[in-house]
Design a binder for this molecule. Structure first.
Ligand code: SAH
Ligand code: SF4
Ligand code: F3S
Length: 440
């Protein structure tokens, strides 16, 4: 009987896709997936450290394994991801959880096989974290678990050093993948029947800016969208300092590209944006939205917002509210600022008390939800094209998303996962839509 693996993933889409690569490595080694943690012979934690609660979450789950490890001494516990790349974090992990067997970083994912083999031959734990990014390692055998959606990396790392953010410290400098690899990967995915491709980067707009690829992001997007086949194309994340007309023109040229842009604004106040080192103003952001909608009036925008950044006043916060209303976001991820050791903002004066942060986040969430609800209501009575992604056992309904990322549920007599279906929306419940497949 073959040995089994179980992967626990925290954090962003980048990590979700990296877990697919880790699964690919484990499958190649002969392991099989199990959803039952107690059945696993190796458990891999792919961690995130973007906010304190992401770390606490992982700490809690790793700690909970102490008992299982005692019962199953041959069980291997491996920890990778952004947390292990944090300065001094492997020492903290070693002290807190002496039963961890293997630690690896985001910059040496590909070493996992060697590290496992090494660990199996020795008693001592194996810790190997690469400190500086090297050449991009191409993975050909990610074990994808998200059919009909597939993620494709285009640029790794980040050079922006937003003052609150730990990503540049744990993901290294920007490196762009060669276009020929990206195009070959997408072609293969489309041939395999994947219906939604998302190009991934911390800042997709910086693709190729290092001069190593022969094309910029807009040109790459154009080339990917020119691949024949019936699929949707998305990209994230766009950075407002670099998002531009050239990209929007490519979107307009190809109907395959979803009319949805994830454009994190973070704050509506210029003084906060400047303290965050975001390198754009509120006015520039609003101009970009205007530009986008002048080409594509139907375009929707989603965003990320942080409240309670150091020195954020009530007036600053209200400017964020006003911007949210003005842009009329389709949805927004909202966060309370979390100081990250080693970042510039963590030592800034004027840290905001927790009760003020809590009050602001509650008001903002309420505002964002009200916009989302209003948008949901507008869907009622309309026909939308949904890419069916899954079946919800509890509801007894299939589900999928429209091009704006809105979730829709509907009954279907056959298994339609991976199909584009036209659904007439009968009702909306919060952010979810419910309807019936249109009979033509
Ligand atoms: N590269 C993307 C997003 C990276 S992280 C970008 O530049 O937009 C995803 C989101 O987490 C960020 O957009 C930000 O809103 C949030 N975030 C990052 N660091 C944070 C921190 N220290 N506290 C709270 N939220 C944070
Ligand atoms: Fe973090 Fe800013 Fe880079 Fe995004 S652009 S990953 S927020 S440093
Ligand atoms: Fe993503 Fe978290 Fe790392 S958001 S890049 S997994 S710190």
């Amino acid at each position: 009987m073959s040995e089994k693996y179980h992967i626990v993933t925290y954090g962003c889409q980048m990590n979700v896709h990296e877990s697919e690569k880790i699964a690919g490595i484990l499958c190649r080694m002969g392991y099989e997936n199990t959803n039952e943690i107690s059945e696993a012979d190796i458990i891999v934690f792919n961690t995130c450290c973007i906010r304190e609660n992401a770390e606490n979450h992982a700490f809690g789950n790793i700690g909970a394994l102490k008992k299982l490890k005692k019962q199953k001494p041959n069980l291997l516990i491996a920890v990778g991801g952004c947390m292990t790349q944090e300065k001094g974090k492997t020492d903290v992990l070693k002290k807190k959880f002496p039963f961890i067997d293997i630690m690896f970083g985001t910059l040496n994912l590909e070493d996992l096989e060697t590290l496992i083999t090494r660990k199996k031959a020795q008693k001592k734990k194996v810790i190997e974290i690469r400190e500086k990014e090297g050449e991009i390692v191409e993975f050909s055998d990610a074990y994808r678990t998200s059919y009909p959606n597939a993620w494709v990396n285009i640029v790794y790392g980040c050079n922006n050093f937003c003052t609150y953010c730990i990503v540049p410290y744990v993901r290294g400098r920007e490196r762009s993948r060669k276009p020929e690899y990206i195009l070959a990967e997408v072609k293969q995915l489309v041939a395999q029947g994947y219906k939604e491709i998302t190009l991934l980067g911390q800042n997709v707009n910086s693709y190729g800016l290092d001069g190593t690829t022969g094309m910029n992001f807009a040109q790459l997007l154009d080339a990917v969208a020119s691949i024949e086949g019936d699929f949707r194309l998305r990209f994230m994340t766009s950075h407002p300092k670099d998002f531009n007309e050239e990209v929007v023109k490519v979107m307009q040229k190809h109907r395959k590209i979803c009319r949805l842009v994830h454009l994190p604004v973070q704050s509506g106040s210029n003084s906060i944006l400047s303290a965050m080192n975001r390198r754009y103003t509120r006015e520039k952001y609003l101009d970009e939205i205007k530009m986008l909608r002048s080409y594509l009036p139907e375009a929707e925008v989603t965003t990320d917002i942080i409240v309670g950044f150091p020195k954020e006043t009530e007036e600053d916060y209200l400017q964020t509210e006003a911007l949210v209303k003005e842009v009329d976001f389709a949805s927004a991820f909202t966060f309370v600022y979390s100081p990250r050791e080693g970042t510039k903002a963590a030592t800034m004066d004027g840290q905001i008390p927790e009760e003020v942060q809590k009050d602001r986040i509650m008001r903002l969430v309420e505002l964002v939800n009200s916009l989302t609800r209003k948008k949901s209501e507008k869907y009622v009575g309309k026909e939308v094209e949904i890419l069916c992604e899954d079946y919800d056992e509890k509801k007894g309904l299939y589900l999928g998303r429209d091009e704006f990322g809105r979730m829709g549920y509907f009954p279907c007599e056959h298994n339609c996962i991976g199909e584009f279906v036209r659904v007439k929306i009968a009702r909306a419940n919060g952010i979810s839509l419910f309807g019936e497949i249109c009979k033509d």
